[in-house]
Design a protein around this ligand. Structure first.
Ligand code: ADP
Ligand code: MG
Ligand code: MG
Length: 209
């Protein structure tokens, strides 16, 4: 089951909806260990993405992912704009021509993760969005390689992302604003890992079906 522009649009639309619904929650998490803007940042960025895609639907998957990344970079400041922007720009670079088959989608998402790591230099355990996206990519790769249909593979990835998000609670932040708190960052869920879990959940709800 290939992933094309309509599927990707449905994914991003769903992500925008859940970010909007969870805006206050994301902001409250960021208020505890950051500067209380993650909900507003992501909502502003994804609202702009949906508006751009509605206004001029991109011709292919790579163009759509590129447009999404560029919009996030330009509309969202702080750490999450460049990081989420890089995620989608790297996905675009890995997408190739036309629709993505299951393995190509998994490869693109991992290219996105690699881009986030290259840009933000976060390692697993640093209490960032990498702690949700890394396990999601691992689960997605394993399931796709095992021949699972994309919908099932993404459901496994969403579970892994949620577990990764929950695992950020006891971590001490070593990257981003939360790292300024040192040990006091422990005991709080990372906002970026929380929004990333929403991103993977949105993929599971919209792709491969
Ligand atoms: P800011 O911290 O600039 O206000 P946001 O609040 O929108 O930006 O995003 C904060 C989130 O960004 C954090 O919860 C974390 O998941 C993520 N983050 C911050 N720095 C990094 C980094 N170097 N690598 C990966 N993710 C990071
Ligand atoms: Mg913030
Ligand atoms: Mg900020």
């Amino acid at each position: 089951m290939a992933v094309g522009t309509e599927d990707l649009t449905a994914w991003l639309r769903r992500f925008a909806e859940s970010v909007h619904e969870q805006r206050d929650r994301l902001t409250a998490l960021d208020a505890a260990i950051g500067d209380a803007d993650h909900g507003a940042n992501m909502d502003r960025g994804m609202t702009a993405v949906v508006a751009t895609l509605d206004e001029s639907p991109p011709a292919d998957a790579a163009a759509l992912l590129k447009k999404t990344g560029a919009t996030l970079v330009s509309k969202v400041g702080g750490a999450s704009g460049p990081l989420y922007g890089t995620l989608f720009l790297r996905m675009a670079g890995a997408a190739g021509d036309g629709d993505l088959d299951d393995a190509a989608f998994a490869r693109a998402l991992r290219a996105g993760l690699d881009g986030v790591v290259a840009r933000g230099r976060a390692e697993p355990g640093d209490k960032t969005m990498v702690d949700a996206l890394g396990p999601a990519c691992d689960a997605l790769d394993a399931a796709v390689e095992a021949g699972k249909p994309l919908a099932d593979a993404l459901a496994a990835a969403a579970d892994a992302a949620a577990q990764g998000r929950d695992a950020t609670v006891p971590m001490v932040a070593r990257k981003g604003r939360a790292s300024y708190l040192g040990e006091r960052s422990a005991g709080h869920q990372d906002p970026g890992a929380t929004s990333t879990a929403l991103l993977v959940e949105a993929a599971a709800a919209t792709l491969g079906r």
